[in-house]
Design a protein around this ligand. Sequence first.
Ligand code: PLP
Length: 451
Amino acid sequence: MDARPNSPEARDIRYHLHAYTNARKHQETGPLVIEKGDGVYVEDIAGNRYIEAMAGLWSVAVGFSEKRLVEAATRQMSKLPFYHDFGSKAHSPLIDLAEKLVQMAPVPMSKAYFTNSGSEANDTAIKMIWYRSNALGQPARKKIISRKRGYHGVTIAAASLTGLPNNHLSFDLPIANILHTSTPHHWRDAEPGESEEQFSSRLADDLEKLVLAEGPETIAAFIGEPIMGAGGVVVPPAGYWEKIQAVLSKYDILLVADEVICGFGRTGEMFGSQTFGIKPDIMVLSKQISSSYLPISALIINDKVFEPIADESARIGTFGHGFTGGGHPVAAAVALENIKLIEERDLVGNARKVGAHLQARLRKLASHPLVGEVRGVGLIAAVELVADKASKAPWGKPAALGALVNGLLQQNGVISRNMGDAIAFCPPLIITEAQVDALVDAFERSLDAAL
Ligand code: PLP
């Protein structure tokens, strides 16, 4: 770290409260200041180059130097730098994007609605669901079930959906009407000898018990990520989504697929819903929709959701919900060009092919003394570190080993992220097999250095 009193690091410490940080500790350790990006690489201000193995925040599908996105933004910025979709207003990038998303959806969908972030989109989903219940004359149907370890964002309602303690503690969350059911984490939570299918059946039973205990007439929706991301890249066990959906259908509960990480190719299919046979009523999209070059998020909703909302808005006079920047024309133009690139370059196919290579190389590390489980699909993976393979016990305090290996990885030229003791990998979808080899080689060196 540059110790000069006016270095970027010193000014960061002086002026900047970071997202998701131990703000006291940051005063001592300071930032890693990233200056530029190129393909799957980023470079810090000291000129050190890293493979960005998290694609930023699970998001930069096309890499860090895609000129076509810059050009799309510039074109739109020159033509119409801002407009909105309040009331009867519209603009072409948003109409084109709405059409594209509805047509791309893997299940029949009706309309797209635009927001700025994943959190806003999930808040919007909750509001749509509550509005719909009122429209249907079912005002008691307001409870939403999410899962422990699920991640859905940080605004008040989205953070309530999130099932991670750090998003609730001292924020006085969760709010009312949000319930959390069990995590589909077979390796961690299955009984001895319990197969994946048996475990999935048990989790579906847990869900049904919760629904019955609360009263089915009070449950409006279930929300889940096809693969849990920030909760530690938890891949659902065999049969999980089929069994969960059977319970939801039985009690007429809406299903929201939070595709904020899985959407646009991450799992080797365009959407995680396709990988796991999920049939959502609402899909929530963000991040790879624009490769996060600009913030934009969207909900795609089916007629079961749209029609009652339309009725209620006619009764009241308006669907009183919208964000100034929601569906911003420059962000929408970038998203359209980004989706075009994902299709033209078959980045979904690349995620499947290079993802298979990543998964195979990581699975070879399963015998390493510090590796408890390797999990993942396509270009999303996690390696869970343990001190003792048999008991799955952590090394010292939970997350200590994860933080250590993550730090070593950074020294070895790879930016990753540890969620507790799980080290996540979620690189840009453009990554090559050779770059995956460099990433996994650096990871192996880091694991050995931690022994
Ligand atoms: N949903 C999922 C699955 C996410 O992974 C995230 C962010 O990581 C969000 C929602 C929240 O998105 P944002 O950070 O844009 O509010």
